[in-house]
Design a protein around this ligand. Sequence first.
Ligand code: AKB
Length: 323
Amino acid sequence: MKRVLVTGSLGQIGSELVVRLQELYGHKNVIASDVRRARHGLPDNSIFEVLDVTDGNGFYEIAKKYNVDSIIHLAALLSSVGEQNPQKAWHINMGGLYNALEVSRQLGCALFTPSSIAAFGPSTPKDNTPQDTLQRPDTIYGVTKVSGELLCDYYHKKYGVDTRGVRFPGLISYKTLPGGGTTDYAVEIYYEALKAKEYTCYIEENTKMDMMYMPDAIDAIIDLMEADASKLVHRNAFNITAMSFSPKEIAEEIKKLIPDFRIKYDIDPTRQEIAESWPNCIDATAAKEEWGFKAKYDLTSMTEDMLDKLSRKLQVEYNPPAA
Ligand code: AKB
């Protein structure tokens, strides 16, 4: 990557990715874009363009104007919000990806776009979910993710577009809140633990899902984009994960640092059903073998870092017991 256009750059991944890309490739080589105009959260000297990814001409013009060689396409609706408006989810997720692929084809760009554990469904093996397995998701978000994986494969085979992607698990970060996912509880719980010492969880206490701390997710995007193309067999849909836990397990980890923290449950049937349709834990062997994926954070180290960083951001008192 030499000059990169990032879509959805004000979102949970984009707001951290842009800063890392600027450090690695230089400010003038990172073009941040988002449908929102308020560029809040990005460094002041960032290059920023307003871009609605469903506008193919606008997408092409911005990529051409900056002569980018790579596109990191993040703009999408997530699983929970997608169920509230499936038509909109299809329009943004598939319309946006189609435009990203067309712009990449026409301008010769490499393209990264994330898939998700949502690309799996109730009939997928739940434990140690293989890289290549049954994919019959029953959410609109999942349907767009499987379709996206296939469309990226097609553009690579038919037109030689250098498409790459990973199946992200739930992502946890302290900088920007996720918007409308099923795994969002694993971010909210840290905010509420610090602010109220209590969290009411919408997912059942023993439901496990794969998760990852944001620094590992950012590394994964950059490492995959810089990987040797000749080694990539599963180029558009690598399973990656750093940990798998349930609400009860993350609450126990938080309690080690905030002993009077309490978790309560008020299950949201829609998000619970989505969570149950996803794997408990996926197998990331292909990503490890083909481009050296390795996560640095586990549940314990992530919890320590999250509570430390978030307490400073929220300016709340936080005194973990001495180890
Ligand atoms: C969601 O919960 O929708 C996302 C995802 C797992 O893709 N975080």
